[in-house]
Design a protein around this ligand. Sequence first.
Ligand SMILES: [Zn+2]
Length: 310
Amino acid sequence: MAPQLSRQTENPATPYIGRFAPSPTGLLHIGSLLTAVASFADARAHGGLWRLRMEDLDPPREMAGAAAHILRTLEAFGFEWDGEVVYQSRRHELYRAVLDELRAQGRVYPCYCSRREVAEQARGMGVDGPLYGGRCAHGASATAKTPAWRIRVPAAVYGFGDAVVGHYQQQLAADVGDFVLLRADGFWAYQLAVVADDAEQGITHIVRGQDLLVSTPRQLFLQQCLGYVQPHYAHLPLLTNRLGQKWSKQTLAPAIDAAEAETLLRQVLHWLGLPEAPPVGHHRELLDWAVAHWRMAAVPKAAIVTEAGV
Ligand SMILES: [Zn+2]
């Protein structure tokens, strides 16, 4: 029995439900601010809702206190979100129900391969790591070890029209291979959690960074398997350093400081293709101004190169 997840029909007067979904692996940096502003402005410009989801699926990678700090920072910058903040760490039952549904459909299988065994049998490199060689795809002999769960992908093309990038597609079997939904260490894979959450939260429009573009065809496939409505997508340009590396915790992007809110917001609005905003009394007015002047068509596709993460 498929869980009834898509709630979009509950509120037909709100055809747009967007979201911002930070991971508490670090504090908000300028790249996350750009995503927050764009997803917020696009939602509000459409008269839509803007929901917040904390993607805290991977406790070993998380930073203590980061989730609360992210919420305080968003508030200080003037963002207001709709409804309660959703924490992925509290939704294991939902993810379990989705995996059970895919299992009932005969699409998933336990994989006992170690990381080394996955590398050894790889059919080559895909767009996001080694292509799984399929040793466990047709019934593995169970070992004492807890397996990962993989989904069998079809040799089919999954493509979509992105509001920033244009048409994007992958042939899942050739480009990605059978991918993991539940890791052997017991943590849920991002691909499964994000698809379940977007459907359960009734998300209609996904505005996020281009680092996730490579994941989208896998998510379209999962949505199709589960009978979910496919959201609209807009993948924003990444902020990179001069070496072309995305600003992130790993590349030492500094945390944004609310004391600099006006300067940082003006910088982000400029990068997003908005004209220069007039002087304001409070930086909150810059967000209102962005909503009033928002045009996704003005958002550039190419990466934005910036020094020192600001
Ligand atoms: Zn395996």
